[in-house]
Design a protein around this ligand. Structure first.
Ligand code: IDP
Ligand code: MG
Length: 168
């Protein structure tokens, strides 16, 4: 038994095609526990940190524009954290190959993904590919209080002069 965590992001093409329900139903096949979920905007800073390992690729800038929602004019993604036995492999199996044209047709990417005319892989979802990546990504996308349990060590800090919005 290896209890793992994984970050899933339903990318802007998934949102614009109203695929969030389908994706969550397919992810349920992995029989894992959902630990966090939020609809959010992806800043350029987050996008660049998330895809740091691809910064030398020719498609990097388009990938950043894609995950930020600039391509689909919908600045929203759905970010999810799942936990369970072998979570990373189980989710990657349901998600399918990076290249949607090569992905198993019954996988999420095989069923719903496409390659754009400019060569971007619109593959509907992101899923972490190793426990190290999952930890890096979950810490990047979520704060501790947005996840139902502390998945990684936390510390308490007292912030002074922090401005935040509350209900008026
Ligand atoms: P993954 O999402 O399956 O883990 P990565 O290699 O980490 O694959 O790539 C991140 C994302 O970058 C992919 O999901 C896809 O959107 C895009 N991408 C990766 N390789 C290519 C490529 O060769 N051409 C176009 N886009 C790519
Ligand atoms: Mg990856």
């Amino acid at each position: 038994m290896a209890i793992e965590q994984t970050l899933i992001v339903v990318k802007p093409d998934g949102l614009i095609k109203s695929l969030t329900g389908n994706v969550i139903s397919r992810l349920a096949e992995a029989k894992l526990t959902i630990m966090g979920a939020k609809v959010m905007r992806v800043s350029r800073e987050l996008a660049e940190k998330h895809y740091e390992h691809l910064k030398d690729k020719p498609f990097f800038e388009e990938l950043i524009m894609y995950i930020m929602g600039e391509v689909h004019k919908t600045r929203r993604v759905l970010a999810l954290v799942y936990q369970g036995d072998n979570a990373i492999t189980k989710i990657r199996d349901v998600v399918g190959d990076t290249n949607p044209e090569m992905a198993n047709p019954v996988s999420i990417r095989g069923a719903y993904g496409r390659i754009t005319t400019t060569g971007v892989f619109e593959n509907v979802v992101h899923a972490s590919s190793s426990p190290e990546d999952a930890e890096k990504e979950i810490k990047l996308w979520f704060q501790p209080d947005e996840i139902i349990e502390d998945l990684y060590p936390v510390k308490e800090v007292t912030l002074k002069n922090v401005k935040k919005l509350v209900w008026a």
